[in-house]
Design a protein around this ligand. Structure first.
Ligand SMILES: [Zn+2]
Length: 131
């Protein structure tokens, strides 16, 4: 994603702004203009709670070039408590600790820096909620 476009989407991304369809109640992140479920066009925007549950996970050992400095790293599909599913890096965790069904919270962190220009990209990562 070009830096300018990435930058413009930060406020929405940072706030985890989602949209719930007024027709069928399904929540989407990022928000959509038309509901794929019921074709509704009216949405209620809301901020998702930064918490969810791991529903699937894997370890990336051969990532695309911008993430090559991070490999290996864990990635999971997280079902947010508000409904939408997000693909996120699972941070600060040993690969053997990761299990389906574990609760996570989202934290806004540095993701990677881009080539010579050193443009730094930020995004959400999921960390385990430890009891
Ligand atoms: Zn709908």
């Amino acid at each position: 994603m070009p830096p300018s476009r990435s930058w413009r989407s930060y406020p929405q991304t940072y706030r985890l702004e989602a949209a719930r369809c007024k027709g069928c109640g399904k929540a989407y992140y990022p928000p959509r203009l038309i509901c794929p479920g019921c074709k509704g066009r009216e949405f209620e925007h809301f901020r998702m709670k930064p918490s969810g549950t791991i529903v699937s996970h894997t370890v990336i050992r051969t990532p695309s070039s911008e993430f090559s400095g991070l490999a290996p790293f864990a990635v999971g599909i997280v079902e947010m408590d508000d409904g939408p599913r997000l693909t996120l890096q699972l941070a600060d965790v040993g690969f053997e600790e990761i299990k389906t069904g574990l609760p996570v919270r989202l934290e806004f962190r540095r993701m990677y820096s881009e080539g010579e220009s050193g443009v730094i990209h930020y995004g959400h990562k999921a960390v385990l909620v430890r009891k």
